[in-house]
Design a protein around this ligand. Structure first.
Ligand code: SF4
Length: 300
């Protein structure tokens, strides 16, 4: 009898599909994906593929971003209930009101936001390039939405820019506490501490390296050290272990994003079989959102 993995391989060929998976996905989903990465890497991959169907293993804003970049392709989400909590902490109406309150400022929006919000932004960014994007703004200031921790980190890194920071946050990264980090450091005194900029400022202050999951991976690959305390979602452990054999990684084990675990082998096979859960966006929204997203990936 055909296994679920074999079914996916067969359907992928039949549908001329590509499977993209975020670093936080389940290990078995990462293993069947054609490409695994962070939001920036996945967005770039979405523009490079000549596949007719993109199965996006992640949360809704990621699949929407792929659709904005590929409006003519089918973009399928294994489970449409996979919604990022942070992306719900900002609305397009709030962005319009903030622009009116801060004339002359550009809206820099973290990619973890809805397509409707992206349509109101000047430029999008990811945790990989937020600092570069803010520092390169032509205007003197930015309204940074929706993540207050990444916004504060970008503002601290760009002291010549006036940055109005939104109040949203990632509940998973926000929950990583100073006490948890102190305990991990005490248990693993030789480990280097890597933190994702979605963590609170006081947690970032305890880190040796601050950066996106892709930066973490590159750092661990190149580092002479063998042990790392990794302050991000636990799904990242699999990617690190696959790419850095022999090294050891310690996580705050409570940092689990349920939405990122909703893509399973079964749901991937199901959407490929039935071509269901396709992302649909109004064409006007796609048009307006494309420019900030293309600025984010360096295409405009
Ligand atoms: S880890 Fe946080 S930012 Fe990432 S999808 Fe989950 S809730 Fe959203």
């Amino acid at each position: 009898m055909e296994s679920v993995g074999e079914r996916i391989v067969r359907l992928k060929k039949e549908r001329k599909a590509v499977i993209l998976a975020h670093n936080y996905c389940l290990p078995e989903v990462q293993d069947i994906a054609d490409f695994v990465g962070d939001s920036l890497g996945l967005s770039r991959k979405a523009t490079e593929t000549d596949a007719e169907v993109i199965v996006f293993c992640g949360v809704t804003f990621m699949a929407e971003t792929a659709k904005i970049l590929n409006p003519g392709k089918a973009v399928l989400l294994p489970d449409p209930a996979a919604v990022c909590a942070m992306a719900q902490m900002c609305t397009p109406e709030q962005i319009v009101a903030a622009k009116a309150a801060h004339p002359g400022m550009e809206v820099v929006g973290y990619v973890n936001s809805t397509a409707a919000c992206k349509a109101e932004m000047d430029v999008c960014c990811t945790s990989s390039n937020a600092v570069d994007i803010v520092s390169s703004l032509g205007s003197e200031g930015a309204i940074f939405v929706p993540d207050r921790n990444l916004g504060t980190y970008a503002a601290r890194s760009c002291p010549d820019k006036d940055v109005v920071v939104w109040s949203g946050f990632c509940p998973i990264h926000q929950s990583i506490s100073v006490q948890q980090v102190a305990e991990l450091k005490s248990a693993h005194p030789d480990a280097e501490v890597l933190a994702h900029p979605e963590c609170r400022t006081e947690v970032l202050n305890m880190a040796d390296v601050i950066g996106s999951t892709e930066k973490m991976l590159n750092h661990c690959r190149q580092s002479d050290r063998d042990e790392f305390i990794v302050l991000t979602e636990v799904g990242m452990r699999h990617r690190l272990e696959v790419n850095c054999p022999g090294k050891r990684f310690y996580f705050p084990e409570s940092a689990v994003c349920g939405a990122m675990k909703m893509a399973t082998l079964e749901t991937v096979a199901e959407v490929l079989e039935n071509m269901t859960n396709g992302v649909e966006l109004p064409s006007e929204m796609v048009e307006r959102a494309r420019r900030p997203v293309e600025r984010m990936i360096g295409r405009s």
